[in-house]
Design a protein. Sequence first.
Length: 82
Amino acid sequence: MIRKQVYLKLHHDVLLKKRAKALGVTEAELVRCALENFLGSGDSFKKDLKAWEAEKEFITSRMKLASKPQERSWKREDLYDR
């Protein structure tokens, strides 16, 4: 790898940090992926597609388990009596 130094605007830095944290990757990895996508090769995140497909299957299976609504034995006002 080749080291590069770039200057970012403050709001770009904030967005980069948030997105990297949300994705669980380093900021450098996120920058590399963005460059890959922008410059055309765009295969950096493809390895995660299988994980997303598995997650969608899990969510779909959980949605099929929709429980029947049950009546509650308490009233909202009861919570304020404590």
